[in-house]
Design a protein around this ligand. Structure first.
Ligand code: 5GP
Length: 118
């Protein structure tokens, strides 16, 4: 079965534009097009093999750890280093792109609600 490339595959292939904040051979990070926090980044493995964090954790824990490390680093570069890391898993949880990605939400506080909407 062939499936349409996800929006993230198309961004990785430079078929559609994105504001890229980090890239190496395995991972890309972009600004979310519809930010839910003052800083809202997406950290995305380049491989389209894994739909969600559970699949990635089972198959390639090192790549999952790399994503967490990049999220941590970007939160320090784009905010004060404190952040929420969200992996929506399944449509009922709000997942819309079935190519695993981490949301990095920063630049606000949970108390004021600016990090609380995802
Ligand atoms: P999910 O809902 O699957 O957890 O997250 C998908 C995220 O991708 C959403 O926050 C959505 O705003 C973001 N998104 C969808 N299409 C695009 C796009 O074309 N460019 C960028 N930068 N982000 C996108």
């Amino acid at each position: 079965m062939t499936t349409e490339p996800s929006v993230f595959e198309r961004i990785i292939a430079r078929e559609i534009p994105a504001d890229i904040v980090f890239e190496n051979d395995r991972v890309i990070a972009i600004k979310d097009i519809a930010p839910q926090a003052p800083v809202h980044l997406l950290v995305i493995p380049k491989t389209a093999e894994y739909a969600n964090a559970g699949e990635l954790a089972a198959a390639d824990p090192q790549l999952l750890a790399e994503i967490v490390g990049i999220a941590n680093r970007l939160a320090g570069e784009h905010a004060n280093g404190q952040f929420r890391l969200v992996f929506n898993t399944g449509a009922d949880a709000g997942q819309t792109v079935f190519h695993v990605h981490a949301h990095v939400l920063a630049g606000g506080t949970l108390e004021e609600g600016s990090l609380g909407r995802l």
